[in-house]
Design a protein around this ligand. Structure first.
Ligand code: KG4
Ligand code: ZN
Length: 358
């Protein structure tokens, strides 16, 4: 093996994932224990249930990651772990598990920002995948997940300039909410995408929040508009207002899903391309769960290609939460000398403030 080998742990939300990543690029194992089935009945994540599931699965996931990569802890050069943002209880499990194995095996601990992980998924290579160019700097990264939606400019590794982002809801949250309104399963993103693919009519127009003159985004108005448009479609079909009482015909659901997805895709694509042109970007990196969306991938790739901008979109399984992306970002942080302490505090603590001079 050429570069450092990292064990990388992700537990910020509802996936327990541990990966083995070489040199911040090559995946040797990337095991993801998904809690989707667990949270389906409640239609969303219950934080306490998520934290307990991480505790249940983290050891078997570690064992499987090491076995899949064919390595032992002795071969590992460091332990990278998501420090945040995320659900407090879920992060606690991953961070303390990482501290423990780092201490027991005498390895450095590297703290990683989850969102930085979504960006660095663009550098990953699957086992056996042919080498390819790294994303070129300067680049624009669009992170679109269940909890975050923003644009950053990167002129080098670990160098982020925030350009703008959602001032209210994340794009993924809007997908999940509208999925529920359409009577689709949890999570709504993939369900909306599948329904939209079945649309035979493309006449539904949903509003777009352009937030002119900024790189900011907004999806709460779209959510409200979707509620109104769906209610109207239900009334037109002679159905009661409550989405739990009777389903809209499949063709109507498909067309509404398409219209909603088209609005999100349109805004995200135009804002990203605009940012890329403004900073003279050579590349665009897309990350986060919503980047798994086929319509967004096709639209933004087409626009980037037409302008000669290199487009990097990880395969869908690397867009949603996974340990490998934490290993990719962790390798850069390790190379930059970033380390976390192994103190016994549950969460990383702040240094004592300097006493105020009297
Ligand atoms: O990045 P992620 O796995 O977790 C967070 O860090 O939030 O993103 C999850 C989000 C959910 O809102 C989910 O509905 C959305 O990503 N998502 C999709 C698709 N697959 C997942 N949204 C649209 N189309 C998809 N194919
Ligand atoms: Zn995420």
């Amino acid at each position: 093996m050429s570069g450092p080998l990292l064990l990388a742990i992700e537990s910020s939300c509802d996936e327990t994932s541990i990966a083995i990543v070489e040199d911040g690029r090559r995946i040797h194992a990337n095991i993801v224990a998904s809690q989707i089935a667990l949270h389906g009945p409640t239609g969303g994540i219950v934080p306490e249930v998520a934290a307990r599931a991480h505790l249940r699965w983290i050891v078997p996931v570690l064992d499987e990651a090491l076995a899949t990569a064919g390595v032992t802890m002795a071969d590992v050069d460091g332990v990278a772990v998501t420090y945040g943002p995320g659900l407090a209880g879920s992060l606690l499990v991953g961070v303390n598990f990482a501290k423990t194995i780092a201490w027991v095996h005498g390895k450095p601990l590297i703290p990683v920002n989850h969102l930085e992980g979504h960006v660095y998924a663009g550098w990953l290579l699957d086992p056996g995948e042919a080498e390819r160019e790294e994303p070129p700097f300067p680049l624009i990264a669009l992170v679109v997940s269940g909890g975050h939606t923003f644009l950053v400019e990167m002129r080098d590794h670990l160098d982020y300039r925030y350009l703008g982002g959602t001032i209210d809801d994340a794009a993924g949250e809007a997908f999940d909410k509208v999925g529920r309104l359409l009577g689709l399963g949890y999570p709504g993103g993939p369900e909306i995408s599948r329904a939209a693919d079945r649309a035979t009519a493309h006449n539904r127009v949903f509003p777009r929040a352009w937030m002119p003159g900024t790189y900011d985004l907004s999806f709460s108005g779209l959510k409200t508009a979707a509620r109104r448009i769906i209610a109207q479609a239900r009334a037109d079909a002679g159905l009661p207002a409550d989405e739990r009482e009777g389903d809209l015909p499949e063709a109507a659901v498909a067309e509404l899903a398409w219209g909603f997805q088209d609005s999100v895709t349109d805004v995200l694509t135009r804002k990203t391309i605009h940012a890329a042109e403004a900073v003279g970007a050579r590349g665009i990196v897309l990350g986060g769960g919503v980047a798994a969306n086929g319509a967004l991938r096709r639209r933004i790739s087409g626009e980037a290609e037409a302008r000669g901008i290199a487009m990097v979109i990880p395969r869908p399984g690397l867009c949603t939460d996974n340990g490998a992306m934490i290993g990719a970002a962790g390798a850069r942080r390790m190379a930059a000398g970033l380390r976390a302490g192994l103190d016994l505090d549950a969460r990383p603590s702040l240094p004592l403030a300097r006493p105020v001079a009297k």
